[in-house]
Design a protein around this ligand. Sequence first.
Ligand code: SDX
Length: 429
Amino acid sequence: MSEKAILEVDGKRYEFPILRGTENEIAIDIKTLRGATNGIITFDPGFKNTGSCKSAITFLDGEKGILRYRGYSIESLAKESNFLEVTYLVIFGELPTVEQFKKFENDIKEQSLLNEEMKNIIDGFPKVAHPMGMLSSLTSALTAFNPATVDVTSENNMYDAVVKLLGKFPVLAAWAHSKNKGTPLNYADNSLDYISNIMQMLFKVPTSQYKINPTAVKALDQLLILHVDHEQNCSTSTVRIVGSSEAGLFASIAAGVSALWGRLHGGANQAVIEMLDEIQNDGGDVEKYILKAKDKSDSFRLMGFGHRVYKNFDPRARIIKKAADALLAELHVSDPALEIAKHLEEVALKDDYFVQRKLYPNVDFYSGIIYKALGIPSEMFTVMFAIGRLPGWIAQWKEMRLGGEPIGRPRQLYIGHTERDFKNINERA
Ligand code: SDX
């Protein structure tokens, strides 16, 4: 295949190099386009056809339903690994040795204490504040208590910022949950592993001992592995572009939390459970909601369905669906929402509207069933997604910073007024 792409505009031909990835993906390198053509740009709303960077972290193939972190399949990592080990893998590029893992885990534990003054910030929120809004604000506030982390050039400072964030972010997430519940803010317990610590911070109350449930810990560990990274999705692209201005890690991640909050992105897991509850409360009439989702005059969408990249199936949804079944059985819990979800999937996948548009369950469709079974309320689902995605955001930010990428600054196609003269207010109609 030719290593050049030809573009012809007004009879003039322009050549652009063709780039090839390690999985044989092909890109046309248009870095010189605007200069070579005296101002012509490409136009691609939502960047559906645009590569923003080269990355060695995650590979996904939407047609084949393939997802790999640093070359390891999501299926093998979900089965064999654990969340903290996968965190190390995506950030540093290799699975850790025993010594590397121990040091990483200890460095993170050493950072699990927050400055007590951070409580003044959370005190300022109303009890009903959405935890994603609190998490974004508190993450950004970490910079004020750790000013050295703004230095994005030194690798040592970068490592410190990474372990600080991995140690403190879950505590902030748990504090947001405690604020909503009106219960005391918990501290990390460094005698526990990373996931058990998250569970105790979310649920522990001073009046009783919190008993760790290994089944619940294993289910949450696996679910968070499935959320670790997903190449250049909306929130990850946000983290990269904010970091490209040399904003610090905490500020960049705080922006990613805000982007994830949207219901078309990470907020979908909360929207799915709310949708399933609505269907259940409406008598379980799945067909009625399928019709609503197909009706262009109705703003209703089948939340948890469809994906920008996966046009066959989301491999994460397959694993989560099986894990939800297994967890409910192990916990002897039945959840009508799961049955409604399965029925919805079955009906949708036989319906032309969904088949033609290649709309399948995505990562958010079944994840809420597991969170619910673990006792996590729906407004915390996207916070759990953020805890899972944090390692990927960190890895992508680090790759962008160490890669010396230029500041992100897209162009536009102007469609506003051409030049016109100013009119004094008394002359205006
Ligand atoms: C995540 O990018 C990532 O990797 C994200 C993520 C990650 O790990 O970071 O995977 C996590 O965000 C998963 C997606 C969670 N969001 C939802 O479940 C919300 C519901 N789904 C969508 O709104 C939608 O499918 C998106 C946002 C996920 C994808 O939107 P696209 O790629 O921009 O597709 P589109 O909106 O242009 O839809 C194409 C067609 C349209 O119909 P037509 O105009 O062609 O007639 O499909 C229809 C849409 O109306 N459509 C849906 C639908 N999703 C798309 N119709 C009904 N219900 C839906 N859910």
